[in-house]
Design a protein around this ligand. Structure first.
Ligand code: ZN
Length: 332
């Protein structure tokens, strides 16, 4: 069977881990920037494309630095509406993704408070609803706390997530650059409030941070899912805890290789081998398809072609993703 045919055979897919800042087609980003009269560091489209995409290896910090541009361009209700629409509709057209969760931090898109947070969130919901009218898809938004924010700012995000629960927001996450001063335990009351209101909980950990932090996150926050979590394999007893709790990992292979979090594909062979051995539930995701110049089918193909996961494993990961989605039937 050819690779092309392999790509066509996956049926309806689910993607759980996509950031708005890294998932919009550069051409759309260029149009949004120009429509709003944003001063860019270049007037040349191809240089702009290079500015907001990653080819080859980078570092975790340099990767996050790219978001400075995408977040600036997406910092208005009109921009966020267009961005979300393009992500959800593109995911369906390119990859037949019919269940999609899209995450973002609205506070990084309101120009330091100049734009109203509620308008930004409503615009994201509106863009998502428009895509759901145009295509047969289910979508949901996840609001991200940030490691560089103090507890006051993160608690505002929790309040907004709760306000818009059942209106399009389906979950809460923790993302952002690693900040040494950040204390996971400050999130406990916020996460508990969000959970009580029916929001799903996922936390970025075990990516740029080690297995020790994953354990802390699991013990303190009991997330339903973990963003990345690949460094959990450093600790066998942690893997057993993840299995017992049914915590689902959102693994993003190309993203981790580009940022150097995982050295190479052979290391991924080891990671998935251990996850399977300990029967830890995992899903496959892109993290940011446009910025990383990939898509979900490419990620599946990469893993299958390099004998990292079998087709059966990937079908199972697809099923796990659908089941672990925070989008409940009828809620979206
Ligand atoms: Zn991520």
């Amino acid at each position: 069977m050819t690779d092309n045919k392999t790509q066509l055979n996956w049926g309806e897919l689910t993607e759980l881990h996509v950031h708005i800042g890294s998932a919009v087609d550069p051409a759309i980003m260029w149009e949004i920037a120009n429509d709003q009269g944003i001063k860019l560091p270049t007037r040349n489209y191809w240089d702009f494309e290079k500015l907001i995409t990653v080819s080859g290896k980078t570092t975790y910090q340099k990767y996050l630095d790219l978001f400075t541009w995408t977040e600036l361009i997406q910092s208005s209700p009109e921009a966020i509406d267009k961005s979300v629409y393009s992500i959800a509709s593109g995911a369906y057209r390119k990859n037949n993704i019919t269940t999609l969760e899209i995450r973002f931090n609205p506070m990084k898109r309101n120009r330091g408070g100049e734009r109203d947070l509620d308008h930004i969130i409503l615009a994201a919901i509106h863009g998502m609803e428009r895509a759901m009218l145009a295509y047969p898809i289910r979508a949901g938004l996840i609001i991200c706390f940030d490691r560089t924010f103090d507890v006051k700012l993160n608690s505002i995000l929790a309040k907004k997530a709760i306000k818009y629960a059942r209106r399009g927001v389906v979950g809460i996450d923790l993302a952002g650059p690693i900040a040494k001063s950040f204390d996971i335990s400050t999130l406990v009351p916020l996460i508990n409030d969000c959970r009580k209101k029916g929001l799903g909980i996922t936390i970025h950990t075990g990516e740029a941070t080690d297995a020790h932090e994953v354990r802390k996150v699991v013990e303190l926050l009991s997330p339903d899912r973990i963003g990345h979590g690949v460094r959990s394999i450093e600790d066998d007893s942690l893997l057993n805890i993840l299995r017992e709790r049914g915590t689902v990992l959102e693994v993003c292979p190309s993203s981790n290789i580009h940022t150097g979090v995982v050295a190479d594909l052979s290391k991924f062979r080891d990671i998935f081998h251990r996850l399977k051995k300990h029967r830890v539930l995992f899903t496959v995701n892109t993290d940011g398809p446009e910025m990383l110049m990939t898509n979900l089918k490419n990620e599946y193909l990469l893993l299958e072609k390099n004998n990292i996961l079998t087709r059966e494993d990937l079908r199972e990961a697809t099923k796990v993703a659908r089941k672990a989605s925070f989008i409940k039937d009828g809620s979206a």
